[in-house]
Ligand binder design. Structure first.
Ligand code: NDP
Ligand code: ZN
Length: 354
């Protein structure tokens, strides 16, 4: 069967021929429909993040997938039904974090991530998985169900934000999303579904731009960071209750503190490279303390957050999903599929249709 992989020593993905996997006892065989591409895939290809499965000289890419149960193999799954696989798997069992349903909180070194670190991903015609790492989705999710994975990362972030503010009556009204990439736009749409009154989304692009069109169609306010840096947002717009960072721009972690309203909370999701710069640590420290502000980091997600993401995706308007998925490629077009550009938002590789 065909798979899209990066080979050891290479820094570009290619189509390789590998054996079709046969499910071990307790595993089901899945036929892959669509797999989304995101920034993490590019990091894996560039060799900046993740790592190859130890036993192979190639890494099959892809962690955002929707697939059909081809052979339930005694797992109790319904053949022909659609599923979205989760990303993390334990290295050794038992693993307390996985047993508790909190794989996203497992420390590094205790898990592999399919398509990212130490395990093959889902960009292959067929993949196998144990049923506990699969989330059922309706038949209507064949085209866009892979979005459950990135949305689940944001479900986790908002859940942790609410938990961080749970000791008092927190009624957030405004949300600021930093970043107009796919993760930022999905989270902006999610904030609307979750009932935030005012939403802002920060980018650094000129109009016309497809992401700005989406922001405005979602009734969000586009902020250009070249005109209004994050720390100036309270002056120009308003201080916000909830801030979600999805730029990977390291200064935003610190500027976010100034952009928060009293009692506000900021979730950091971006993955910056090393960058040394000066900050006024005293001011940031004081700002956090005197205004009861919180900042936290968040990565990955758990099964219940995938399930929540399924509900959120169901609530998205059709036009939004259509506008977000800008490019669909066959596996043979692998070169074109991994190109990037401002006209592209979410690219997906289609292995099969239901
Ligand atoms: P993208 O790189 O596609 O999007 C980042 C966006 O931020 C781009 O649109 C970019 O604009 C914009 N941006 C970057 N710097 C600035 C700036 N200084 N001012 C304004 N806008 C800026 O990534 P994704 O949307 O896929 O993901 C966002 C981040 O989250 C990435 O760092 C990714 O690695 C990380 N991530 C984290 C996860 C987690 O669980 N923690 C899960 C998935 C992703 P432009 O395109 O114009 O350059
Ligand atoms: Zn991802």
């Amino acid at each position: 069967m065909n798979a899209i992989a990066v080979e050891r020593g290479e820094h570009q993905p290619s189509v390789i021929e590998v054996d079709r996997p046969s499910p071990d006892p307790g595993e089901a065989l899945l036929r892959t429909l669509r797999v989304g591409i995101d920034g993490t895939d590019h990091e894996v290809i560039d060799g900046n993040h993740g790592g190859f499965p130890t036993e192979d000289d190639y890494q099959i890419l892809g962690h955002e997938a929707v697939a059909v149960v081809e052979d339930a193999n005694g797992t109790g799954l319904r053949e022909g039904s659609l599923v979205v696989p989760t990303v993390r798997r334990p290295i050794d069992t038992p693993n307390n974090h996985f047993e508790r349903g909190e794989p996203d909180m497992a420390p590094e070194g205790t898990y592999v991530e399919r398509g990212i670190v130490g395990a093959h991903g889902y960009m292959a015609e067929y993949v196998t998985s144990q049923p506990e790492y699969l989330v059922s989705v309706p038949d209507s999710f064949a085209r866009h169900g892979f979005l459950v994975e990135p949305i689940s990362n944001s479900e986790k972030a908002i859940e942790h934000a609410i938990a961080a503010r749970s000791a008092f009556e927190w009624e957030p009204e405004s949300a600021l999303i930093l970043g107009n990439g796919p993760l930022g736009l999905l989270t902006l749409a999610m904030m609307t579904v979750k009932g935030f009154d005012t939403t802002y989304c920060l980018g650094r692009r000129d109009r016309p731009d497809p992401t700005i069109d989406i922001i405005e169609r979602l009734d969000g306010i586009y902020i250009d960071s070249r005109e209004t840096p994050v720390a100036s947002i309270p002056e120009t717009y308003e201080a916000v209750d909830f801030l979600y960072e999805a730029t990977g721009y390291a200064k935003h972690a610190f500027e976010s503190i100034a952009a928060l309203e009293s009692n506000g909370v900021a979730a950091l999701l971006g993955l910056p490279d090393d960058w040394t710069f000066e900050i006024d640590g005293g001011q940031l420290h004081r700002e956090l303390v005197l205004h009861n502000k919180a900042v936290f980091g968040s990565v990955n997600s758990n099964q219940s957050q995938y399930e929540q993401a399924r509900e959120t995706l169901t609530a998205f308007p059709d036009w939004f999903v259509d506008a977000l998925i800008t490019d669909v490629y066959a596996p043979d077009d692998v070169g074109a599929a991994f190109e990037t550009g401002n006209e592209r938002i979410k690219t997906v590789i289609e292995f099969d249709t239901p």
